[in-house]
Structure formats: C-alpha cells, structure tokens
Design a protein around this ligand. Sequence first.
Ligand SMILES: NC(=[NH2+])NCCC[C@H](N)C(=O)O
Ligand SMILES: [Mn+2]
Ligand SMILES: [Mn+2]
Length: 300
Amino acid sequence: MKRNISIIGVPMDLGQMRRGVDMGPSAIRYAGIVERLENLGYDIKDLGDIEIGQAERVHNNPDTNLRNLKAVAEASETLAGKVNDVIGSGDFPLIFGGDHSIAIGTLAGVSPHYENLGVIWYDAHGDLNTGDTSPSGNIHGMPLAVSLGIGHEDLTGIGQSSPKIKPENIVIIGARSLDEGERELIKEKGIKVYTMHEIDRLGMTRVMEESIDYLKGRTDGVHLSLDLDGLDPSDAPGVGTPVLGGISYRESHLAMEMLEESGLITSAEFVEVNPILDEKNKTATVAVALMGSLFGEKLL
Ligand SMILES: NC(=[NH2+])NCCC[C@H](N)C(=O)O
Ligand SMILES: [Mn+2]
Ligand SMILES: [Mn+2]
C-alpha cells in the first residue's frame, strides 16, 4: 500500500431518502481515522469535504425515475476531478460517504489511471439498477450499473470516458438483496458474485482467496467500494437500507486483512454510514476498524 493517503469526504445524501448519511464523513473522522492511520506510519492529507448542492431535494422525476439527478451528477463530476488529482499526485485516495451514489464520481476519477480497473463491491446490494429497473428511483442503488456505462447519460457521461469498468473485472461480495433487473444484468454480463450463500458455504477465507486470485490475473489496480450495509445490521446498524443475514464484523476484518496482504487495493471508499440511525457511532467505529485492517494494522 502507498504510504501517502489523501482523504476526501463526500457528505452526499441525495442518492436516497433517509436523512443523516451526509454526516457520515464527520462520524468517521470523529471515530479517529486520521490518528489510526498515522499510527500505522502513513502520511495523511485530509482534503476535507466536497460541497453538495442542496438544489432540488425533490420528489422523483416521473420521466427518468432518478431522484435529484442534477445535484448527484454535479457532485459526482466534482468528486471525479478530486480523485483524479489525488491519483495524479501519487497518493492513495480514501473516500468517505455519504450514500453509495458517490461511487459514480469515485470510479470516474479512478478509471482513467488503469487499463483494467478491478472493483470489489462489498455490499448487501448489487447497486446495478437503472431508472428503468429501480423500485425506488434512488441513485445509490445504481452506481455499479452507471460505471458499466448503463443508465442515464448525465451519469454515465461523467468523467473522461465510459464505461469506467468491465463486467469481468468486478467481484460483488455479500449480496443478499437483488432486484429483478439486477439479477438479469448479473447473468447477462457474467458478473462474479459471492452472495451470502457462498460466504456461508465456502467461508470468507476461500471467498477472498478466490476473489484476489481472480482479480490479480486480470487487473492493474483494484478499487474497494465498501458499503457498510454489507455487514450484518447487528454489527453495523447505522445504515439506511439494512438487510438481515449479513457479513460479520470478524469476517469483514479477515477480508480486509487478506486484501492488505494481497497488495491489490489501489483506492477505497467506505459509504452509507448514517449517524442518525446509528448506535453511539458504532458503524463509523466499525468502518474505522476495518480501514485499520485494510491498511495493515496487526495485533502482534
Ligand atoms: N447503496 C445502497 N444501499 N443501495 C440500496 C439499493 C436498494 C434497492 N436495490 C434500490 O435500488 O433502491
Ligand atoms: Mn447496500
Ligand atoms: Mn451500496
């Protein structure tokens, strides 16, 4: 892992309807992320939060089924530029959400730097909806589709080119809630998914070994997009769309440690921490602990 990390906070809550997820970046900082990483010997630059337009927090647009499209698209463009600059400067970009719609901007900023960008999508959901398939109109359920070049052009058109990633370079881990259109897309594109079924059956060790092996051979950089709702709600209660039966805290630590050992990860984001829904900042604290493991924290 690179020794210099630049942090970008994205207080985005327009990709979904629950208030409070815009306070995620503050909660993660309050839980001590900077000191935690500095203690591991990293040089941290906290670039602060990007500004989110509060413009039209509205009802759904019936033509597109995309809530707050304009404001989400603008923030994504800004984030893409910042992430692009961070990688250009040689630093490791570490992004704090905010809801998962921010991955549209993150991946738009990361992708120009790699021929074959890999993505690990650690999430209860596929986030593979479009306006046509989404049951909610919430853009946080769409970023992975957008990054594949599927969806509204105001979103797929962000950054320098589209698509940002190829379907064969994606691994989804922790899925247990997929909409019909998402299931179809996964089959059509042959996206590799480890659902909770595989995690139960194979164990997290094997899931991560296989994921790492799979991505190692075909990618020249791997982005980790970790939605805290990938974890079980008992370990990460402060999320807007919790789904029972998730990945445990322990399994998640193991996953982060194995990623660290692999040396594969070149950028990362931690999203969907919602302090209003949380219990004493537990979810932000879990996020910080997982980042500790991802960046090499060891007991002995
Ligand atoms: N990033 C997330 N938490 N996404 C949840 C998405 C839920 C549902 N699939 C939807 O499209 O609305
Ligand atoms: Mn999710
Ligand atoms: Mn998600």
